[in-house]
Design a protein around this ligand. Structure first.
Ligand SMILES: Nc1ncnc2c1ncn2[C@@H]1O[C@H](COP(=O)(O)OP(=O)(O)OP(=O)(O)O)[C@@H](O)[C@H]1O
Ligand SMILES: [Mg+2]
Length: 303
């Protein structure tokens, strides 16, 4: 492959910064996000705990036309009734985006109050998040249907992590890079059996749980590879096999590749800027890119 092809090849990575996942379930999420990104319709984000509702809300705000205006988070479960009433009044102003986290927890009084705010203050954008099934709550008479239809103009449904296990290697690579940098550990990756055990785990706490486990493992791993012994015992037990395969060595250049691609993404594929950040020459970067084009992304290597 010649260098010109490399230079003009579009980056096929995530459409939204910091949101990791290439599964079809996440592609569906990106489709909805892309459609809503340029406008400022109200959005309702539904998903189990830890699936990334807050991350998606922040991302939608960060790419939207109101990105320079305030983004105010109101935790509906934590703020008492009277305080919430006050909070709502104090934040309602032109251009504001209200992130109503845990909207399913609002009392009937506050649901009515919020509905009034949305109806009378069209300059307020609402992004709501819930881990409850609001349609069921409407059916049971616990949530105002009118409020739901005002908020869920656009509806984003986040999949549980167990429904997109093909994204686990990417998420692991993402968190390994970040946590290793944060804890100043020279972690180069993980063994294949460690990755296999993560893919097989049911993840009731979704991405947050995976993130916590990777952080813990990075802190515990004395050596440069994370292995199953660095995970909480539960995962080790469920993956205990009669003859566990020996850990395979990680390919350093695979981690390097992820790091290089991420830097390019950060600089919007400005190779001069990326090369400077990476501390290599543009020519050196070009060479690496040519090499990567023939490979698929993987964080574990062959023995
Ligand atoms: N697709 C993703 N890519 C990268 N990181 C993610 C992704 N989804 C979630 N995370 C990370 O997982 C953690 C939990 O996500 P977040 O707080 O957005 O979940 P949540 O759905 O709001 O959870 P809860 O219902 O408990 O409030 C955060 O650190 C977030 O950055
Ligand atoms: Mg949240």
């Amino acid at each position: 492959m010649n260098p010109t092809t490399v230079a003009h090849r579009p980056w096929p990575g995530p459409a939204f910064p910091y949101v990791v996942g290439e599964s079809t379930r996440m592609q569906d999420v990106y489709d909805v996000m892309t459609r809503v990104a340029e406008g400022d319709a109200n959005v309702c984000i539904e998903g189990e705990s830890g699936t990334g509702k807050e991350l998606i809300a922040e991302t939608l705000h960060a790419v939207g036309p109101r990105r320079d205006r305030p983004f105010v988070t109101l935790d509906c479960a934590a703020i008492p009734d009277v305080a919430m009433d006050r909070e709502l009044s104090s934040h309602v102003r032109a251009g504001v985006t209200l992130f109503l986290d845990g909207i399913g927890e609002l009392t009937p009084h506050l649901q009515a109050r919020l509905l009034h705010v949305i109806r009378t203050e069209p300059q307020v954008r609402v992004i709501a998040a819930t881990s409850r099934d609001l349609r069921q709550a409407i059916h049971d008479g616990r949530f105002l249907g009118d409020l739901y239809y005002c908020i869920a103009v656009v509806h984003v449904e986040l999949p549980a992590l167990r429904e997109r296990t093909e994204d686990i290697p990417l998420l692991v690579a993402h968190f390994l890079c970040r946590k290793a940098a944060r804890h100043r550990k020279a972690i180069r990756g993980l063994t294949s059996r460690a990755l296999e055990s993560l893919v097989a785990n049911p993840w009731p706490g979704n991405v947050r749980q995976l993130e916590n486990w990777i952080e813990r493992a990075v802190v515990l791993a004395g050596a440069d590879l994370v292995d199953v012994e660095h995970f909480p015992p539960v995962v080790r037990d469920t993956t205990a096999m009669p003859l566990p395969p020996p850990p395979r060595r990680l390919r350093l250049r695979e981690v390097e590749k992820l790091y290089v691609l991420e830097t390019l993404e950060q600089t919007r594929w400005n190779r001069t800027a990326a090369a400077r950040l990476l501390g290599i020459s543009v020519r050196g970067l070009q060479y690496k890119l040519q090499r990567y084009l023939g490979e698929s992304t993987s964080i574990v290597g062959t023995p």
